[in-house]
Design a protein around this ligand. Structure first.
Ligand code: FAD
Length: 387
């Protein structure tokens, strides 16, 4: 049996391991944590991703655990509609991150997973010698990416804070409310209740004592309209996850080197604005193994994988950053450029049609923003440039 080593047991690493296992490879997944991490709330899986997961015989699990999803409703902070439901297309589902990870993990033989085993950069050449292919699925702060391409490809902070959690309040579908440098998202939970997420660009705290996350959320969103204030009122402090958004600002020139391939956030960590990172990670995994099956030598397979996945994922990352910039302004590492956040008054809703139309929004949500920079795709000199 041909041997593959996968570094990282997130969605990307587990998906590629399941696909390799199904293709008859001997797979070992090295995960630095003592447990496979399942924290986080729900993720949207798009139709193409669901189709790929069904091809791994995960259809019954998805049907049992996921909720069908139609249309994202965008609203201003006072509840006015910003666009007709435009995304995602029918066939998309909402699934708890823990359930998706569980479905993938349970499709692997228990011996495939080696927990509490970080792969240090110095171990990479030994791993490459032992396995026919090494898959770097070690996430946004990928050590393998930096080992292969250098420190210029370290992930950067966008300066935006994200909070996530669940609340015992009923809702249906997926709604996002946008305000000046702030956003609040609400979606139904497969098991009942609400998943919520919030993003904000916070001024530096200075010397004042930092408020708790709940205090901060109430201050930022507790007066918003629609279902936002009602959801914020039902959030309990212990249930809040908070972190800073990081992304890969500089596009990689290749997704492979030698017999190492990068997939998922290791290859193209993007801001979460289009809800595509996990989807693209799964599509990377499927594409990589498909090319390994189609080619006799690993080098040709990895080059074909790069050709089929790099351009499209870098475009989507650009589109995602465009949406992020629209709401939050340019990330600190891009502030030499003109700030592009929507300018609107904190206290008043903007005149909707003048700054946003269903058609332009559809474009960014389909990841089509950034196409105008096609010529740049692949250039190591170009960062995650957006329109
Ligand atoms: C707020 C938010 C909401 C999101 N919503 C969506 C959504 O709705 N839809 C969507 O498609 N995407 C969404 N995303 C993006 C998505 O979560 C990520 O793109 C996806 O989880 C990336 O998976 P990954 O496996 O590449 O990386 P990770 O999930 O980060 O996994 C990497 C794994 O590698 C391990 N690891 C790291 N270094 C080493 C090492 N040296 N040795 C061994 N193991 C190592 C880590 O412990 C981890 O388990 C969202 C992201 C955020 C932040």
């Amino acid at each position: 049996m041909v041997k593959a080593t996968v570094v990282g047991a997130g969605i990307a690493g587990l998906a590629v391991a399941v696909r390799l296992h199904r293709a008859g490879w001997a797979v070992q997944v090295l995960e630095q944590e003592a447990e496979v991490r399942t924290s986080g709330t729900a993720v949207v899986l798009h139709r193409a991703t669901v189709r790929e997961l069904r091809s791994l015989s995960l259809g019954p699990g998805i049907d049992a655990l996921a909720l069908p999803l139609t249309g994202l409703r965008l609203r201003t902070r006072t509840g006015l509609p910003l666009s007709p439901p435009s995304w995602p297309a029918s066939g998309s589902v909402l699934i708890e991150r823990a359930d998706l990870i569980g479905l993938l993990r349970d499709s692997l033989p228990s011996t495939a997973l080696v927990l509490g085993h970080p792969l240090a950069a110095r171990d990479l050449s030994a791993a490459c010698g032992e396995a026919a292919v090494v898959v770097g699925a070690d996430g946004v702060h990928s050590a393998l990416r930096q080992q292969l391409f250098g420190p210029a490809y370290r992930a950067a902070s966008t300066g935006t804070t994200v909070w996530r959690g669940t609340a015992e309040v009923s809702t249906s579908g997926l709604t996002e409310s946008w305000g000046r440098r702030r956003r609040f998202g609400i979606s139904s939970r497969p098991g009942g209740g609400t998943n919520w997420y919030a993003t904000a660009t916070l001024p530096s705290a200075g010397l004042a004592p930092a408020p708790s996350d709940l205090e901060e959320l109430r201050r930022l969103f507790g007066h918003w309209g629609g279902a936002v204030a009602a959801t914020v009122a039902r959030i309990s402090e212990g249930s809040i996850l908070r972190h800073e958004i990081h992304h890969l600002a500089r596009r990689l020139p290749r997704y492979h080197q030698g017999n190492v391939a990068l997939i998922g956030d290791a290859a193209h960590a993007m801001t979460p604005d289009l809800g595509r990172g996990a989807n693209e990670a799964i599509l990377d995994a499927m594409s990589l193994v498909q090319h390994l099956e189609a080619h006799d030598d690993v080098g040709s397979a990895l080059a074909a994988y790069d050709r089929s996945r790099r351009r499209v994922t870098q475009r989507i990352a650009s589109g995602s950053l465009a949406v992020h910039t629209l709401i939050h302004g340019s990330p600190p590492h891009r502030q030499d450029r003109r700030p592009r956040a929507m300018t609107w008054d904190d206290e008043k809703d903007p005149p909707v049609p003048t700054y946003l139309e269903g058609s332009s929004l559809k474009r960014v949500h389909e990841g089509r923003v950034g196409e105008e920079h096609d010529d740049d795709a692949g250039s190591p000199e170009v960062d995650g440039r957006t329109s």
